[in-house]
Design a protein around this ligand. Structure first.
Ligand code: NAD
Length: 345
C-alpha cells in the first residue's frame, strides 16, 4: 500500500484526491493547505462533472507543507500547489526521499525546471510531471495514429484550448490572472497543447506567436502560434478571452495524407476520423480520464511495474521551454528559433 500526501487542496488537489481514492494499493494519508477553509470549499475550476469528495477518512490535515513533510508517514508527495511553488516544494520532497508527482506546468520557466531536473537526478524517489493529455484516451489514440502512420504522414495540425479566464466573474482576484504567478494563458492553459505538439511531432524549428493583451487585466489572454516543421504546418490557439457562460472548449484537427482526425470537447468529448475512403467513424478509445490514468501510471512506476512512460521530466521541461519561446515571440514580435537549442534526450 502506498501512502499519499497531497500538497494544495484547491481545484486540482480535490481532483487528485478523488483519483487516488479510486486506485488500488494507494491511500491518501495526509493533506496540506495553507488555507484550511479550502478543505470545506467547493471548487471553482473549469472541468465539468468533477467529483470533489470531502470525506477525508483518516488522512491527517496540515496547514503547512514543511509541517507535513516533517511529520512524514507517506511515500508519495502529490504537488497540486500554485505553479510558483512547484520547484521549491518538489526539490524539498525529493531531497527528503519521497516520490513526487507535480502538477503541470512543471514550473514558470525552463530555468526553474532545470533546478527540478537536477534535484530529481540526485533523488532516490521517482519524479513525474502531470501532463495529463499524454494519458487522455483521445490524445493517446491520436499519438498512436501519428506514430504508426495509419493514414500516412501528418500534413497539417491545429490545436485549440479556450476558457473563461479563471475567476473572471470574481473581480479578477485569482492568482491565475497574475502572469508572474501563473505564466498567463500561454503557460497555464496552453502548456497542454504545447506539450502535445512536442509529444506528437518533436520540437519545431521555430515559433512565431501573435498575442493579445487584455485591455484591463494586463495579462496575455489570447495567442496564436505557428510551429515551423519542414514537412507540415502546425498551429495553435489559446484563449482566456471568452466571456459569458462560455465555459471550456478544447480540440484538434489533424490532417493526415489519407484521413482527417477531429477531436472536440464541445458539446461533449468526441473523436472522429474522416478517412479518404469510407464513412467517418469514432475509434475505440481507452478508458478513464487523463488524471486517473496518469496517477495510475505513476503508481505503477513507483511500484516498479512500469518503466518507460509517455513522458520524462526532460520532456516536461522542454514543453515549458517551448512555451518560453512562444512568450518571447509574443513579446518581441519576432520568430524564435527552438530546435537544437536544448537537449531532447
Ligand atoms: N492538469 C490540469 O488540467 C490542471 C487544471 C487546473 C490546474 N492545474 C494546475 O494545478 C496547480 C494548482 O491549480 P489549482 O487550480 O488547484 O489552484 P487553486 O488555487 O484552486 O489551489 C491551490 C491550493 O494551494 C493552496 N496553497 C497556496 N499556497 C500554499 C502553500 N504555501 N502551502 C500549502 N498550500 C498552499 C491554496 O490555499 C489552494 O487551496 C497549478 O499549477 C495549475 O496550473 C492543472
Amino acid at each position: 500500500m502506498k501512502k499519499i500526501a497531497i500538497a494544495g487542496f484547491g481545484f486540482m488537489g480535490r481532483m487528485h484526491y478523488g483519483c487516488w481514492g479510486r486506485m488500488r494499493g494507494a491511500k491518501v494519508a495526509a493533506i496540506c493547505d495553507s488555507n484550511l477553509a479550502q478543505l470545506k470549499k467547493s471548487s471553482g475550476g473549469n472541468i465539468a462533472g468533477a467529483d470533489f469528495s470531502t470525506d477525508f477518512g483518516d488522512a491527517r490535515i496540515f496547514d503547512s507543507f514543511d509541517g507535513m513533510l516533517a511529520a512524514g508517514g507517506f511515500d508519495i508527495v502529490d504537488i497540486t500547489l500554485p505553479t510558483p511553488l512547484h520547484p521549491a516544494m518538489a526539490e524539498k520532497a525529493l531531497a527528503a526521499g519521497y516520490h513526487v508527482l507535480c502538477e503541470k506546468p512543471m514550473a514558470l520557466d525552463a530555468k526553474s525546471c532545470d533546478r527540478m531536473l537536477a534535484a530529481a537526478s540526485k533523488a532516490k524517489g521517482r519524479f513525474m510531471v502531470a501532463q495529463c493529455l499524454r494519458f487522455w484516451p483521445c490524445y493517446v489514440c491520436l499519438k498512436d495514429l501519428v506514430g504508426k502512420g495509419t493514414y500516412g504522414k501528418v500534413v497539417a495540425a491545429d490545436f485549440s484550448r479556450l476558457a473563461n479566464a479563471p475567476g473572471w466573474n470574481d473581480g479578477g482576484k485569482s492568482w491565475f490572472l497574475d502572469e508572474s504567478k501563473s505564466g498567463g494563458v500561454q503557460l497555464d492553459l496552453h502548456i497542454h497543447d504545447a506539450d502535445m505538439i512536442n509529444w506528437l511531432f518533436g520540437l519545431p524549428d521555430a515559433v512565431t506567436t501573435l498575442a493579445h493583451r487584455h485591455a484591463t487585466g494586463g495579462w496575455t489572454d489570447h495567442a496564436h502560434t505557428l510551429y515551423e516543421y519542414s514537412d507540415k504546418v502546425v498551429t495553435s490557439t489559446v484563449s482566456w478571452a471568452p466571456v459569458g457562460e462560455f465555459g471550456f472548449e478544447s480540440g484538434f484537427r489533424v490532417m493526415f495524407e489519407r484521413a482527417t482526425a477531429v477531436g472536440s470537447t464541445r458539446p461533449s468529448e468526441t473523436f472522429t476520423i474522416y478517412p479518404s475512403k469510407g464513412k467517418p467513424f469514432s475509434p475505440r478509445l481507452g478508458k478513464g480520464t487523463g488524471y486517473e490514468n496518469e496517477i495510475r501510471w505513476f503508481l505503477s512506476y513507483v511500484n516498479g511495474t512500469a518503466k518507460d512512460g509517455p513522458l520524462t521530466p526532460l520532456d516536461a521541461r522542454n514543453s515549458v521551454a517551448l512555451v518560453d519561446a512562444e512568450r518571447k515571440s509574443a513579446r518581441s514580435g519576432r520568430r524564435i528559433h527552438v530546435k537544437g537549442t536544448m537537449p531532447e534526450k
